[in-house]
Design a protein around this ligand. Structure first.
Ligand SMILES: CC(C)(COP(=O)(O)OP(=O)(O)OC[C@H]1O[C@@H](n2cnc3c(N)ncnc32)[C@H](O)[C@@H]1OP(=O)(O)O)[C@@H](O)C(=O)NCCC(=O)NCCS
Length: 149
């Protein structure tokens, strides 16, 4: 069966109901272009590539907050809502959910702009946990004053 590459977006549904279009949660952390080299054998973008972009985006956010080295310790939830296509502009948004002693839990959402930015849809979301590390790769506390900027 031929597959349509046009997905029904939240924006279209919202517009039909007269509601404002859905908006991403959090701050834009990275924006990148899905290239042919990132595709799976079916021609759509490989899920691992999208997950890696989210990991990078979360790592930037956590690293800024911790002001230093961080590592991903867990991905506690991950959902792929819609496919990503070659040529989509992928934007990853990050919202810090919780800061523990050394851990930083971040909600990440990927939104794809299709067809040269005309349509924006949420394609993935997940919960990532990062840990602040010292020079020896062991967990270190995230300092209070680091959070108050
Ligand atoms: C990150 C790492 C140093 C943590 O080591 P650890 O012995 O668990 O350290 P700690 O016990 O001090 O725990 C550190 C924090 O991580 C949290 N944590 C550990 N495992 C977790 C898990 N599976 N899920 C959620 N949080 C977790 C702890 O609750 C703790 O949080 P807190 O300090 O805010 O209370 C170690 O697990 C590691 O090096 N992992 C590999 C990281 C990596 O290479 N990531 C890239 C993957 S390719």
């Amino acid at each position: 069966m031929a597959r349509s590459k046009k997905s029904t977006s939240g924006a279209e549904s919202a517009a039909a109901l007269g509601a404002p279009p859905p908006a991403p949660r959090g701050e834009l952390a990275i924006r990148t272009l899905a290239m042919p080299a990132d595709a799976n054998p079916s021609g759509d973008i490989f899920g691992g590539w999208v997950l890696a972009q989210m990991d990078v985006a979360g790592g930037i956010t956590a690293g800024q907050l911790a002001r230093g080295r961080v590592a991903t310790v867990a991905i506690t939830a991950m959902t792929f809502h819609l496919p990503v296509y070659v040529g989509d502009v992928l934007c990853v948004y990050a919202e810090v959910e919780r800061v523990g002693r050394s851990s930083i839990s971040i909600h990440l959402e990927s939104w794809a702009s299709r067809g040269r930015l005309s349509e924006r849809v949420k394609v993935t979301e997940g919960e990532f946990v990062f840990v602040a590390l010292d020079a020896n790769g062991r967990s270190r506390p995230v300092q209070r004053e680091e959070l108050e900027v």
